[in-house]
Design a protein around this ligand. Structure first.
Ligand code: AHR
Length: 514
């Protein structure tokens, strides 16, 4: 009898080890970390495909679509809910071809521009500086202007700064007033070129560092309280030497941020479809997304060497998933659908940014409407919110909250002989004392049971929202715009200071603990 009992006990033990109880998280609410700068929730609007023209911007005449100064009302309303802290414009590669003076003054008299990088289409410059800055005002977002270094001049960029920021009497302030804008907008964020190693001029880092010094010298802080935040064109993914040279060769009193671009792309020559991808392609996308952690660690280590006080911010001003364009669309327009793959990509990436919030103080998802990993897609009068939109909205509770350090032990998500951590997480405490915990499960087959230890926190209630779907391929369409939307999460229970959570396969959850 004794022997049978011990066999049963052994079997029970073996079964319990086999079950999914391996995920453990400790949220250290008693060890607050750095503030999660709201600017890591930034977006990016380039003159590319139907991001601006026939996307957000439908023009002031000849349209039945309700708009405010030519920008779709439905898009404005949707974007307001995201609480977008900053919006980058006009590029991207386009920025280094853009001459801002072509986009001011009476619209009918503006010269055209051929969008050489993106589809070779001719644009009429009807969406220019005033349109963009007024849109930002409407959205309650801070503009982030990307200056033309590749094909512009020092004077041109210097004049743009004066045009938008000088309140006194000056040639550019006077010109702005003639164009109907009395008061300067006070733009703080400025990109000094874009991808200077590539479409921004194919420069070497030493050369760009010199050029940066020259341009930045003539970007004046005008007397309107908006001290400029200048962002150097940063590294392409793991080009660590680029960061090294810029940090070494640019004096830090003229450098507020240094950029980093990293796209989760399977293979630049064979990107795979946005919908109908294989598990191998999904796995590779996740691998690339999670690689952001290593990238940030390594760029940060270089920055720490030259700037131990972390005065210069790492600005990930282009990130997201990049796939093949949708069939029968212009290959230069980068229009792609957005599935649950993109939702978990976004959740996992934001968790990484939170973890590195001391150095990563700004980021921009590429791009906001109809291009790459968009939050909004439009078609004629229709508009839809993508799964990525919902993640950005669910996560925005972390904006300007204090990051709470976490320890995490997670099961693997395995595919063939490869493995990735299935669960990623982050936590923060906001100014009202509310704790939010974000969890992402990239495993497309297995739910994850997680035990969360709330260290230093007396919790009474837990509520939450979940974004999930029956398939990782699920997405919203113009005919079925609400197939993937967040719902109330009922899979969390609190007992003392331990939270038990069951995360569905392929899901993003945000919990609020009081
Ligand atoms: O976001 C699309 C393009 O990707 C941008 O224009 C460029 O900066 C990057 O290569």
């Amino acid at each position: 009898m004794k022997k049978i009992t011990s066999i049963i006990a052994l079997v029970a033990m073996a079964l319990s080890f086999g079950a999914e109880a391996q995920n453990e998280i400790t949220v250290n609410a008693d060890k607050p970390g750095s503030v999660i700068n709201k600017h890591i929730y930034g977006h990016f609007a380039e003159h590319l495909g139907h991001c601006i023209y026939d996307g957000m911007y439908v023009g002031e005449s000849n349209t039945k679509i309700p708009h405010i100064n030519g920008v779709r009302k439905d898009v404005i309303e949707a974007l307001k809910k995201l609480k977008i802290p900053n919006l980058r414009w006009p590029g991207g590669c386009f920025a280094d071809t853009y001459h801002w003076k072509d986009g001011i003054g009476p619209k009918k008299q503006r010269p055209s521009i051929v969008n050489a990088w993106w589809g070779g289409v001719t644009e009429d410059n009807s969406f220019g500086t005033h349109d963009f800055l007024n849109l930002c005002k409407e959205l309650g977002t801070e503009p982030y202007l990307a200056g033309n270094v590749g094909s512009g001049t020092v004077k041109e960029l210097s004049d743009w700064v004066q045009y938008v920021n000088h309140n006194g009497v000056s040639p550019m302030a006077d010109l702005r007033k003639t164009n109907g804008q009395e008061k300067a907008w006070g733009v703080k964020f400025w990109g000094v070129g874009n991808e200077a190693w590539g479409c921004g001029g194919n420069m070497r880092p030493e050369y760009y560092a010199n050029i940066y010094r020259q341009y930045a010298t003539f970007m004046t802080d005008w007397d309107n309280g908006s001290k400029l935040f200048r962002i150097a064109s940063g590294a392409n993914s793991k080009d660590y030497n680029w960061t090294e040279v810029l940090m070494r060769d640019i004096p830090h009193h003229m450098l507020e941020g240094i950029a980093l671009h990293h796209y989760s792309v399977i293979n630049w020559d064979k990107k795979g479809p946005a919908v109908g991808f294989t598990e191998a392609q999904y796995f590779k996308t996740m691998q690339e997304a999670l690689f952001m952690d290593e990238l940030i660690q390594k760029h940060t280590a270089i920055m720490d060497k030259y700037d131990p006080k972390k005065k210069v911010a790492l600005v990930v001003d282009e990130w997201g998933g990049w796939y093949e364009v949708e069939p029968n669309t212009n290959p230069g327009f980068l229009f792609q659908q957005n599935t649950m793959r993109d939702a978990v990509l976004a959740g996992a990436t934001l968790n990484i940014f939170h973890k590195h919030s001391e150095r990563v103080r700004m980021a921009n998802l590429a791009q906001i409407v109809n291009v790459l990993q968009s939050v909004v897609l439009t078609s004629g009068e229709k508009m839809l919110l993508t799964p990525t939109y919902h993640v950005m909205e669910m996560y925005n509770v972390h904006q300007d909250a204090t990051n709470l350090p976490i320890e995490i032990k997670t099961n693997d998500y395995s595919f063939e002989d490869k493995k990735l951590p299935a669960v990623s997480a982050s936590a923060s405490k906001d100014k009202a004392g509310l704790v939010h915990i974000s969890l992402t499960n990239i495993d497309i087959r297995n739910a994850q049971e997680i035990s969360i230890n709330l260290q230093g926190l007396t919790a009474k209630t837990v509520t939450g929202r979940v974004l999930t779907a029956s398939s990782v391929q699920d997405h919203n369409t113009f005919d079925q715009p609400n197939k993937v939307t967040p719902t109330e999460f009922k899979g969390a229970t609190l007992s003392g200071n331990v939270l038990k959570v069951k995360l569905p396969a392929t899901s993003v959850v945000v919990l609020e603990v009081k």
